[in-house]
Design a protein around this ligand. Structure first.
Ligand code: ATP
Length: 221
């Protein structure tokens, strides 16, 4: 089943002389359970594509359907709900909150979704254990390594049981060995049925995915 259908999606930033066409007539179907990499030179539109798929940004034109729901028609508050129910985001510099513990960082999306404290505790502990970072639950992000931070960020992305994980340059801020461990984590999550889309400059990571989408100047080539 196609979980993601992009039909003729374009994204233009700015106005008049400052207009930038970040995506140009992108049509793309992604099946539930795919493991995909998005590659291409800096500025080719990888992040913009991920942000539109994840509902962080909206297309200037075209139609985006997610599980038969038209995302391109959603209003801002509906988009936030769409994201929290369906998408887990992971970014290069982890985007953890430094004055919250590992536990509190992973609990955030569950709090946002108004889960009970009992359920939050159970879910967070389960995920931290699965991600082999449970012993750092009370540590702060500044007290753990980059690879551990990324495992916390992945834990937080998993908290609301998303069907899609979007990872924008997830290994860009860690060493090669840690990057490969992160890749193994994505493969394991993908085996559990989660659709994983990774924007990356890393050839080894890109080629380990089942499908490689190559972009150039806002288009898929
Ligand atoms: N908020 C914005 N306002 C104006 N232009 C933007 C904005 N975001 C992105 N762009 C432009 O859109 C184009 C695509 O950017 P995007 O970040 O999607 O590329 P990328 O492939 O992810 O690059 P990188 O690999 O460097 O992260 C670039 O020309 C960029 O300058």
């Amino acid at each position: 089943m196609d979980i993601i259908k992009l039909n003729n999606i374009s994204k233009v930033y700015g106005k008049n002389n400052a207009k930038v066409g970040a995506l140009k007539n992108i049509s793309l179907n992604i099946k539930q359970g795919e493991l995909i990499s998005v590659v291409g030179k800096s500025g080719c539109g990888k992040s913009t594509l991920l942000n539109i798929i994840g509902g962080l940004d909206i297309a200037s034109s075209g139609e985006y359907t997610f599980k038969d729901k038209k995302v391109s028609n959603l209003k801002t508050n509906e988009l936030a709900k769409f994201r929290s129910e369906n998408i887990g985001f992971i970014v290069q510099h982890f985007a953890l909150i430094n004055d919250m513990t590992v536990f509190e960082n992973v609990a955030l999306p569950l709090k946002y979704n108004k889960k009970s404290s009992k359920e939050i505790k159970r879910t967070v502990m389960e995920i931290l254990e699965e991600m082999e970072i449970l012993e750092k639950a009370s540590s702060y992000p500044t007290q753990i390594s980059g690879g551990q931070c990324q495992r916390v960020a992945i834990s937080r992305a998993l908290a609301c049981k998303p069907s899609v994980i979007l990872a924008d340059e997830p290994t860009g801020a860690v060493d090669e060995q840690t990057g490969l461990q992160i890749l193994e984590t994505f493969k394991r999550l993908n085996k559990q049925g989660i659709t994983v889309i990774i924007a990356t400059h890393d050839k080894e990571i890109a080629n380990s995915c089942n499908r490689v989408i190559e972009m150039k100047d806002g288009m898929i080539i």
